[in-house]
Ligand binder design. Structure first.
Ligand SMILES: C[S@@+](CC[C@H](N)C(=O)[O-])C[C@H]1O[C@@H](n2cnc3c(N)ncnc32)[C@H](O)[C@@H]1O
Length: 270
């Protein structure tokens, strides 16, 4: 099969098609990148065509191959989990800016953990840290557990099936949270529509999760601890106006210059 003629048959981005084919052939992206011809064994031709058809329909390649990179780590993802987004990597940057010693025995709570990409990335860096992962969807928890096993950090993980803080006990050095924050009136692009609704939507103004979570957060934070909350592109003010009883440490922009992460701590923190 000639790659270029395959790609002409389906209207797909070459880059995505190569990722898909590399996954199906069990080789690396770079192995395929410069190839013009490949032999596609007869047995897998139908699944190759099916994959390309799904790509052409607008399904993200990550959903088809069920993996997505975040902070240089490959995470399993599927229809029950939101694909990790590059803007969320800012949370990892901020944690490492505020907690410089990688030996610290940190306790982390990853609220709305999905694939587990935030907490698991932190566990790969902070070798003495432990993390509790909270999600309302048992299928998402199963994906986070699988990712924890793949990264060999599962012994430092606790998985809690919970509606936000309901089943959570204890206090934490670090709370990370990327909650659903899309307005139910917002028209999604095709790619995002493959992510689960429960991971995206949070009422008419996209504020429901913040309104539930933020007033309770101070009860789960240690003195000296910090909470890192991702917000939508127009939500900084609205989130800051919620009565949360904590001090705003910083508001940081993502690479597109959009305010993306609010960092909070207790008022009596040092
Ligand atoms: C925007 S996704 C974030 C996933 C992951 N942390 C990330 O950054 O890629 C939000 C996650 O919150 C979970 N979630 C939604 N409502 C929840 C609730 N009431 N309690 C706990 N988790 C919830 C969803 O299942 C989803 O995994």
């Amino acid at each position: 099969m000639v790659i270029s003629s395959l790609l002409k048959e389906y209207t797909v981005r070459r880059d995505d098609a190569i990722k898909l084919l590399a996954h199906m052939f069990g080789c690396s992206y770079h192995d395929l990148f410069f190839k013009t011809h490949v032999n596609v064994p007869l047995a897998i031709q139908p699944s190759v065509c099916n994959g390309l058809r799904r790509l052409a329909s607008g399904e993200p390649v990550s959903k088809i191959i069920q993996k997505k990179e975040f902070y240089g780590i490959e995470f399993k993802t599927n229809k029950y989990t939101m694909d990790p987004r590059p803007e969320t990597e800012l949370i990892i940057d901020l944690v490492t800016k505020y907690y410089r010693s990688l030996d610290e025995h940190l306790t982390i709570l990853d609220l709305g953990s999905g694939t587990g990409c935030i907490g698991l990335s932190l566990l790969t860096m902070y070798k003495n840290a432990v993390c509790s992962f909270v999600d309302i969807d048992a299928n998402a928890i199963a994906v986070a557990l699988e990712n924890a096993c793949n990264l060999d950090v599962s012994t430092r993980c606790e998985f809690i099936l919970s509606d936000w803080f309901t089943n959570v006990s204890g206090i934490f050095d670090i709370i990370t949270c990327n909650p659903p924050y899309v307005s139910t009136n917002f028209e999604l692009d095709v790619a995002t529509s493959f992510d689960p609704e429960i991971a995206l939507f949070a009422g008419e103004e996209g504020m429901n999760a913040y309104i539930t979570i933020l007033p309770k957060m101070k009860n789960f934070l240690k003195r000296g601890g910090k909470a890192f909350i991702e917000v939508g592109f127009d939500q900084r003010e609205k989130v800051a106006n919620i009565e949360h009883g904590m001090k705003v440490v910083s508001i940081n922009n993502d690479l597109n210059g959009i305010p993306r992460v609010i960092t909070l701590c207790l008022f009596d923190s040092f």
